[in-house]
Design a protein around this ligand. Structure first.
Ligand code: G16
Ligand code: MG
Length: 215
């Protein structure tokens, strides 16, 4: 008896990690070091400021808080330039169909993302109306693995956590779901997302029937 499905955005509905990566790489280059794709893995699901701290750490660079604000803003300018070019063709395989199938079955849907740019992305993809509630980085004060983002989603939907399933591609996101007393479906590699109740490669590989048998 699943009553709500809560979806992470980056890595679940759309692959914006590539744009985040390009923007961080450009920022790093300006600071005189290279930022690798390997290190980029550490940024998934992590807030903008915390991401910047990880990037600076990778380059062995120290900055004041004021400088960090400026660097984060610069990265976001480059990032938003890229996401403003996005089209519905970039929705990940099966994502739109799966969220719609939840709605058709009477299951509530919510977005639970760390990104402050969520609304821009949803508008570009033309899928704002797929969600009964939208909780993004502007509405939360505690980053994943804190469950705040998902608990707020459940609250807005008026569904208790134990009846919610969270779809997440990041370790911190799976942890957040479990910490909130929800079920978690990992999107990605089962060896990495081992805390999830079930792991699939994408929303094109999951059915509502499978959700009903989650532990
Ligand atoms: C996403 C990404 C992170 C990004 C964060 C904040 O989280 O996975 O890499 O740093 O949002 O994004 P912004 O700078 O746009 O506020 P999620 O929770 O959607 O996977
Ligand atoms: Mg994600």
């Amino acid at each position: 008896n699943i009553k709500a499905c809560i979806f992470d955005l980056d890595g679940v509905i759309v692959d914006t990690a590539v744009y985040h990566y390009k923007a961080w790489k450009r920022l790093a280059a300006g600071l005189g070091f290279d930022f690798s794709e390997h290190d980029n893995e550490r940024l998934k699901g992590v807030s903008r400021m915390r991401s910047l701290e990880i990037v600076l750490e990778c380059g062995g660079v120290t900055k004041t808080d004021a400088e960090k604000e400026q660097l984060a803003a610069q990265k976001n300018t480059w990032y938003t330039e890229m996401i403003n070019q996005m089209t519905p063709a970039e929705i990940l395989p099966g994502a739109q169909e799966f969220v719609q199938s939840c709605r058709d079955a009477g299951i509530k849907t919510a977005l639970g993302s760390a990104s402050k740019n969520s609304m821009t992305i949803l508008n570009k993809l033309n899928i704002v109306n797929l969600f009964d509630a939208i909780i993004d980085g502007n509405k939360v004060s505690k980053a994943k693995p804190d469950p705040e983002v998902f608990l707020k989603g459940a609250e807005e939907l008026s569904i208790e956590p134990q009846f919610c399933v969270v779809f997440e591609d990041a370790i911190a996101g799976v942890e957040a779901a479990k910490a909130g007393g929800m079920k978690a479906v990992g999107i990605g590699d089962a060896n990495i997302l081992h805390e999830a109740d079930m792991v699939v490669s994408g929303l094109d590989k999951v059915t509502l029937e499978q959700l009903e048998i989650l532990p």
